[in-house]
Design a protein. Structure first.
Length: 253
């Protein structure tokens, strides 16, 4: 509760300061427009925070989705790409990120479509927010051994130190708090991802190297997947290139 109060109080304090400035100072029209724009940003931040809190509350209080319904992975990718490109244009209009979406075909996921969409979009949103303008972000889907499959988001951002990885899914935990606030992050995105992943019997994997970038991946069990293609899901994972040691990603509990 203390964290929630702090996160709400901060934009409220900023808004109150802007209102007082507009009421007491004789500003020219251009300055007024600038202040109103900053007020709109703080109001949007509060709205996003409240929406994320409501999403978390719903996830924690609702029953597991069970079999759910089948949705084409390509449809999820399409929505993710639309949202991702819009966010990149907003945060880095002068030098948008290089966004690469490797759209899958013939794959379907079962579960709660809105939850799956939210989890995927949150991973892409985080990558965009923490990757410098012009950086590269790759969103992919691949078959794994045992009939499983993986959704992954790889970025060329600053990377994350090992001591932070285990705490990334905690509410309001931020590696770089100032950067998160600058880009409108609430500190709840990965907490939402964690709940969605657990509710669908999947796993969240994180692999990161400081100065190089990070890869966040959701590995779905075979029970949540089906394919309409002739090839079934018995394909083995792609082997690492010769001489490239395989470094296991960290599984987040």
């Amino acid at each position: 509760m203390a964290n929630v109060s702090h996160e709400i109080r901060t934009p409220l304090t900023v808004l109150a300061g802007f209102v007082e400035t507009l009421q007491t100072l004789d500003l020219d029209p251009e300055e007024k427009v600038r202040y109103l724009g900053m007020m709109a940003q703080q109001a949007q931040r509060m709205q996003t925070l409240v929406n994320d809190l409501l999403t978390l509350s719903r996830l924690e209080g609702s029953p597991l989705p069970g079999a759910g319904e089948w949705i084409a992975v390509a449809a999820l990718f399409g929505q993710c790409e639309q949202e991702g490109r819009s966010l990149s244009s907003l945060l880095a209009p002068a030098q948008p990120h290089v966004l690469v979406f490797d759209h899958p075909t013939g794959w379907e996921l079962s579960g709660a479509p809105s939850e799956l969409q939210s989890a995927m979009s949150n991973l892409i949103s985080n990558a965009i927010r923490y990757t410098p303008p012009g950086g590269r972000i790759t969103v992919a889907w691949q078959a794994l051994a045992g009939g499983r499959a993986e959704f992954s988001v790889k970025d060329s951002g600053p990377g994350i130190a090992p001591e932070h990885i285990a705490r990334l899914t905690e509410r309001f935990y931020r590696v770089d708090r100032s950067r998160s606030r600058e880009t409108g992050g609430t500190g709840l995105g990965l907490a939402i991802v964690k709940h969605v992943v657990q509710r669908h019997g999947a796993e969240l994997k994180i692999d990161s190297t400081l100065g190089t970038g990070s890869t966040f991946a959701i590995q779905f069990p075979a029970s949540r997947l089906r394919t309409t293609s002739i090839k079934r899901l018995e394909e083995a994972p792609v082997a690492a290139p010769d001489g490239a040691p395989a470094r296991p990603a960290t599984a987040v509990p």
